[in-house]
Design a protein around this ligand. Structure first.
Ligand code: PMP
Length: 429
């Protein structure tokens, strides 16, 4: 494939935008080469500025669960835009989206909309601190909760891809209030709780992790976490930015059968427009301004275009709950097909799948946490990424990301993806 125009556009972008991108993983630094500049997308396919076509496995990193340019979403946005793009005043569509989200997700009474997953998690932690009167939080190595200061401590996703899981610019004062535990290791949490008795406001976790590749929570771990939080009066925050409205109508809480105290959302809830949200029972949400003392606000929060995109998206998902099964089936089919090719050619790998989240790790050892995920062979990953790209398959350009399948993918697309892997698998040895 030829990427001439993308490369020229990237050179120009680098003159005016740091690294040429507005979010680091897009730059292909981890895999080498120049990024693809997208011209347009429809359904399961991306079309770049050079006229190349790709089967897309990132779906804008999750939001486009029904495929690109999904008509009910696009039409809702166009119709709303004709009536004005932002007012900074209440609109009915905010309540409509809130009501629908609350009806789909277990264990929440109220929801507040923000503009990104970062804002959602940052605000959830402030709310947990304000509610509990305690300062410390526990997060897990390799989990990513956005780029706000408290979370850039052993963070996953782009932070680990670029070797800065602990970012300069985060003060020691902030860092000291974020305690670090190991995913799937309840003892690591228990010992932090004992050592910081009565000081921990919240534990925040990706209930199925997607930012060190896909990591599945062991049942005893996630259930044990809930019990520990209840015993110790610690709020359990599920960061469902990836899992929300993807794993099931009610997200990971529903699938895992574990209730969180505060839940955060992003991605799917905005239908591809910038939206995040956090939600909880009334008792906790009433601490939020203007009802309560914990301040949180946003000029564009609840923006009518974003709300109407989200409403169209969630309405589709709510009316067609089979979609989650269908997505998981497609993901299982793809995973099995790809695993077969790798096995037949003796390429060491691990396949982690949960619902429609999946990742491959080029290592012999099971990948269950951050430590095991960084053992994956990055040279093999680079060859895999570029090989698949040249075959017309766009995968996340980092080993520390989950793939996101969308329901526009056909079984023929999946077969073509498996075939693409067989075409390049010899190079992975
Ligand atoms: N939490 C999780 C689990 C995420 O995956 C992400 C982004 N990938 C975020 C939070 C941050 O969301 P955003 O990029 O919209 O700020």
């Amino acid at each position: 494939m030829i990427y001439k125009r993308s490369s020229a556009l990237f050179a120009e972008a680098q003159r005016f935008i740091p690294g040429g991108v507005n979010s680091p993983v897009r730059a292909f630094k981890a895999v080498g080469g120049d990024p693809i500049f997208v011209k347009e997308a429809k359904g399961a396919y991306l079309y770049d500025e050079d006229g190349n076509k790709f089967i897309d496995y990132i779906a804008s990193w999750g939001p486009l669960i029904l495929g690109h340019a999904y008509e009910p979403v696009i039409n809702a946005v166009i119709e709303k835009a004709k009536k004005g793009t932002s007012f900074g005043m209440p609109t009915e569509v905010e309540t409509q989206l809130a009501q629908l989200a609350v009806s789909m997700v277990p264990n929440i009474d109220k929801i507040r909309f923000v503009n990104s997953g970062t804002e959602a998690c940052m605000s959830a932690v402030r709310l947990a601190r304000g509610f509990s009167g305690k300062d410390k939080i526990i997060k897990f190595a390799g989990c990513y909760h956005g780029h706000s200061d408290s979370f850039l401590i052993q963070a996953g996703s782009g932070a680990v891809t670029f070797g800065s899981p602990n970012s300069p610019g985060v003060t020691k004062g902030t860092a000291k209030d974020t305690l670090l535990a190991m995913y799937n290791n309840l003892e690591s949490v228990q010992s932090l709780v004992v050592a910081n008795k009565g000081e921990i406001a919240a534990i925040i976790i990706e209930p199925v992790a997607g930012n060190m590749g896909c990591i599945i929570p062991q049942e005893s771990f996630i259930k044990g976490l809930r019990e520990l939080c209840t015993q110790e009066g610690i709020l359990l925050i599920f960061d469902e930015v990836m899992t929300g409205f993807r794993l099931a109508r009610g997200g990971a809480q529903e699938v895992l059968g574990v209730d969180a105290d505060i839940v955060t959302f992003g991605k799917v809830i905005g239908g591809g427009l910038p939206v995040g949200a956090f939600a909880a029972k009334d008792e906790i949400m009433s601490y939020l301004a203007p009802d309560g003392p914990v301040y949180q606000a946003g000029t564009l929060s609840g923006n009518p275009l974003a709300m109407s995109a989200g409403l169209a998206m969630l309405t589709e998902l709510n009316n067609n709950p089979d979609i989650f099964r269908s997505l998981a089936d497609k993901t299982e089919y793809l995973g099995k097909g790809m695993a077969k090719v790798l096995q037949e050619h003796n390429v060491p790998f691990q396949k982690n799948r949960f619902g429609s989240m999946i990742s491959f790790h080029f290592t012999d050892e099971p990948v269950v946490d951050f430590e095991s995920s960084v053992k994956g062979n990055n040279d093999t990953f680079k060859k895999y990424f570029h090989g698949m790209l040249n075959q017309g398959v766009y995968l996340p350009p980092s080993a520390f990301e989950s793939y996101f399948l969308n329901d526009a993918l056909s079984y023929e697309d999946l077969d073509n993806t498996i075939k693409a892997l067989s075409n390049i698998v010899e190079d992975l040895k």
